[in-house]
Ligand binder design. Structure first.
Ligand code: AMP
Length: 139
């Protein structure tokens, strides 16, 4: 599949669509997942165009993983989950629904099932408050 330059994350990178941003550097962006599978679910993306693991340059992947580690630490500090799951889906068959490479950073608690993937939009005020908590933990 050819990369669609108008996919939702490409539009977020270009600032055409708002997001609850938690972190940005020259190569990467991190923001709250709008349909979180757990409280504190953050997405990390490289800014470069690439739909998945196969088509994203290795240096962009490396930059994204550096940001994933930063965000995982901040999410752990902000929400205190005993576990953090990192997920990255490639292809519709794997459950990918947005075709711009991204990593999910998802807090996990023993015995608590993961929410359904991309199912229900969270209250924007709650997402804004959660983003502020993660940003504070990054300071
Ligand atoms: P995936 O299925 O791995 O491609 O994940 C895409 C994720 O993007 C899902 O968890 C969606 O909830 C999330 N998502 C979709 N649109 C937006 C958006 N505008 N802002 C933030 N997250 C989004």
């Amino acid at each position: 599949m050819a990369y669609d330059a108008n996919n939702i994350f490409a539009r977020i990178v270009r600032g055409e669509i708002p997001c609850h941003k938690v972190y940005e550097d020259a190569d990467t962006l991190a923001f709250m997942d709008i349909m979180p599978q757990a409280e504190g679910h953050v997405l990390v993306i490289p800014k470069v165009a690439g739909e998945d693991i196969h088509s994203t340059p290795p240096e962009s992947l490396a930059a994204a993983v550096r940001t994933v580690q930063k965000i995982a630490r901040a999410v752990k500090q902000a929400f205190g989950p005993p576990g953090i799951m990192i997920a990255q889906l490639n292809g519709a068959a794997a459950g990918q629904s947005v075709f711009h490479l991204h990593f999910h950073v998802i807090p996990r608690h023993a015995g608590k099932d993961l929410g359904i993937h991309a199912a229900r939009q969270a209250d924007p005020a709650v997402l804004a408050a959660h983003a502020a908590r993660v940003r504070a933990a990054l300071e």
